[in-house]
Design a binder for this molecule. Structure first.
Ligand code: SF4
Ligand code: SF4
Length: 736
């Protein structure tokens, strides 16, 4: 399913009463809003987290998570979301409470479509006004910071000149000096150093206000270690014990590494300055509500409650006793950098307990690639409404369903590979009996149905009236049965790539013609690690999804197309609550089934890990054995590179332009028209593939392009293509 992007405002309705939900959805959709619904608080919060709607309508009285809790969670996720509570006449007092706690308005049941539209449009107007005033303030701050930057830069040059002159005179190059003259020059040199320090501080502050320009995935452990090293080298704090603890579950943050290093250098320098010898500074990095929180606790002088609110003011002159005197704008710079990243900085202090600074930064999204403690809540109602509910089919009914489809359309599915026992392929089905839904992995991924190994792009005629026409050939509506979640996730990634800046018409036409029936895996291959990288479950992209619950299959409907297919060919019935519970139980075990290989890295940490390891010896050592055969590229569900060639027929009058699979490991892949090859060495090609999987696409699209299928590891003769071996080695090498 290729999803179009829309600009209309998104509104989520969270209410346990179906009639209210559906009424709101229909009314809002008719008004052009992107309306989504959820039947309980937990699903509603998951929807808000995923889709960041402009408005949330929340029923105050719901079983499970209460409306007030939902409002609180929505505020934490995005304080700009307009919240409107839905309430009955008897509970207006609670609605007033909700408004005191920040809700924009309330609707009392029963209400009319006009009431809904009015309150939502008023809410959006308020949001628009608030945003434009924030933008004005931000423009003002940027103008001020630009001015400060210009002034600082202009003062820096004369200050440097003055320092040079003083140095020249002090060195005696301009004649002998008396002791008094020497002492006066030393004093002047120290004053100039102070001025330069102040200019550097204000320049850093101006840059922080201007915002973090280049964003990347930043590993805070490395940043904080670098910052402490800078503080110890520059300030040489006496006998202060430094401890850094990073929680296993803390996620990297999206930010600018240079500015974040500046932030923690300023914070740690401040703590070091006010901590007496033999004291300690403890830094803890931990996740909290979708953020990464860094707390810096020192055993230094405490701050009074009167001073705390002014601590991050750039003109604050701290009164804590310290040899060097005031804080300067160091803490203001730290706070502005946190805020430029969408985060906050705060401080707390208690008598005899020193001071604790807390920096909260938005964490990198999970991308559902990191295993989570709890199974993700599927916001099923966020998809377009479908005609039938979750169905159940017995084994016999499933076979009849597949046979009925085969009788009327192209159906491909997973079958035994002829002559290769225990190996499986996607291929055309002639009868349901051929289907092997108990397979572990197929040799090639289903990508071949979206990008055939060779496909014509353009037909041209060089005759009397030359012409060229783009074409998509040999395409027919096809149903594909048996896709596993990791292949579905890879297909969703391809959908995104192929619909991006230059949409690929051939891919998109084939995707439109493909109906996907997926299935939860029954087992995994010996090289698989999809369960260890969070690719054991998928929430969209499919039309129908099967879960074998023993003797029957629960069928989840993912699209109108899937619903129509079921209605036309299957004789199932709505799934019972017990069957749906059995499906949930079966899915709980999937992560373990798919974690065959021991993985010591977390997918979202790969970009930061790879950034540190570009010169690692491993690349050259492994590349030595690479045969440049390209097998690792050909079997990968997320690889999509191709070569374009022209071919003229025997009459020399007409021909075609076609594309054929290519791979970045092949020798000529990076050879250009002039004969130059910009990845000539095996080492470059070998390393490039891992960077593409673990960093480049993440930086551009926010996903890791390895779904843990293990096909490359199985296909590589010298056994050097396995991402688990490579990433584990890099990770273990950097954490030792
Ligand atoms: S890199 Fe290897 S394990 Fe990862 S998706 Fe591609 S083939 Fe599968
Ligand atoms: S890494 Fe292995 S599969 Fe890939 S090109 Fe080299 S030898 Fe072939």
């Amino acid at each position: 399913m290729v999803t179009a992007t829309t600009d209309e405002a998104a509104v989520v309705v969270i209410d346990d009463e179906e009639s209210i939900r559906e009424g709101c959805r229909q009314t809002l959709s008719a008004e052009g809003y992107r309306a989504m619904v959820a039947q309980d608080g937990q699903r509603g919060v998951a929807l808000v987290e995923r889709d960041r709607p402009s408005v949330a309508l929340v029923d105050l009285k719901m079983p499970g998570m209460s409306g007030m809790e939902v409002l609180e969670r929505v505020r934490q996720i995005d304080p700009e979301t307009i919240t409107i509570v839905i309430t009955g006449y008897g509970t207006i007092a609670s609605a007033v409470e909700a408004m005191k706690a920040g809700a924009f308005d309330y609707l009392t049941k029963p209400f009319t479509p006009k009431d809904i539209v009015e309150v939502v449009s008023r809410g959006l107007e308020k949001q628009r006004l608030a945003r434009s005033s924030t933008e004005l303030e931000s423009d003002r701050q940027t103008a001020l910071s630009n001015f400060a930057a210009v002034v600082c830069q202009q003062l820096s040059a004369p200050a440097a000149d003055a320092a040079q002159c003083i140095e020249a005179v002090s060195s005696g190059r301009t004649g002998a000096l008396t002791d008094q003259q020497k002492s006066m020059l030393e004093g002047a040199s120290l004053r100039i150093k102070d001025v330069t320090g102040v200019l550097e501080d204000w320049l850093a502050l101006a840059q922080a206000v201007a915002g973090a320009a280049e964003l990347e995935s930043v590993d805070l452990r490395a940043v904080i270690q670098d910052a402490w090293q800078a503080v110890t080298e520059r300030d040489k704090p006496e006998r202060i014990e430094f401890k850094l603890k990073v929680s296993e579950t803390a996620r990297p943050v999206r930010g600018n590494a240079r500015l974040l290093r500046e932030l923690f250098t300023r914070l740690l320098a401040n703590s070091a300055k006010f901590t007496p010898p033999a004291g300690s500074i403890e830094v803890d990095v931990a996740p909290e509500d979708g953020q990464t929180v860094v707390s810096v606790k020192d055993t230094g002088v405490e701050i009074s409650s009167e001073e705390l609110p002014h601590l991050f003011d750039p003109f604050y002159q701290g009164s804590r006793a310290a040899p060097e005197g005031s804080d300067g704008p160091g803490l203001a710079i730290a706070e502005r950098i946190a805020s430029a990243h969408g985060g906050t900085a705060s401080a707390s202090s208690a008598p005899g307990e020193g001071t604790t600074f807390a920096v909260r930064l938005p964490a990198e999204p999970d991308m559902s690639l990191t295993p989570t403690a709890e199974p993700p809540v599927a916001p099923v109602e966020a998809r377009p409404p479908v005609a039938v509910a979750t169905q159940a089919l017995t084994d016999r009914q499933l076979k009849a369903f597949v046979d009925s489809m085969i009788a009327t359309r192209n159906v491909v599915g997973v079958k035994d590979k002829e002559g290769a026992e225990g190996r499986f392929v996607f291929g055309p089905l002639e009868r349901a009996e051929e289907l092997r839904l108990d397979y572990d992995v197929t040799i090639l991924p289903p990508r071949k149905y979206l990008m055939p190994a060779r496909e014509t792009l353009v037909r041209f005629d060089l005759g009397d009236s030359p012409k060229a026409e783009a074409c998509v050939e040999d395409i027919a509506p096809t149903v594909l049965v048996g896709m596993h979640p990791y292949d579905m996730i890879a297909t969703n990634q391809l959908d995104r790539l192929m619909s991006d800046a230059s949409p690929d018409p051939n891919y998109l036409a084939r995707r439109e013609a493909l109906t996907v029936i997926g299935i939860d895996p029954a087992r995994a291959s010996e090289k698989a690690f999809w369960g260890a990288v969070g690719c054991d479950a998928v929430e969209d992209g499919f039309d129908l999804w099967l879960t074998d619950i023993g003797g029957a299959y629960v069928v989840e409907v993912g699209s109108e197309k899937g619903a129509a297919l079921l209605a036309e060919h299957a004789q199932g019935r709505d799934a019972t609550n017990e069957e749906i519970a059995a499906r949930a139980a079966s899915r709980e075990g999937l992560q373990q089934i798919g974690a065959v290989r021991p993985v010591s890295f977390r997918p979202t940490e790969l970009p930061a890990l790879l950034r540190r390891c570009f010169e690692h010896d491993l690349w050259a050592e492994q590349a030595e054995s690479c045969l440049s055969c390209g097998s690792c590229n050909m079997v990968c569900p997320t690889c999509y590179c191709f070569d374009v060639q022209d071919e003229v027929d025997i009459s020399l009058k007409s021909g075609r332009r076609y594309r054929a699979w290519d791979g970045c490991l092949l020798e000529d892949f990076a050879k250009v028209g002039t004969g130059e090859n910009f990845r000539e060495k095996r080492l470059q090609r070998y390393r490039h593939r891992f960077y593409r999987k673990g960093m480049y696409l993440y930086d551009k699209y926010g996903f890791i392009a390895c779904v843990g299928c293990g096909r490359c590891a199985a296909a590589c003769l010298p056994d050097i293509a396995d991402p688990v071996n490579v990433f584990n080695t890099l990770q273990e090498g950097t954490t030792k």
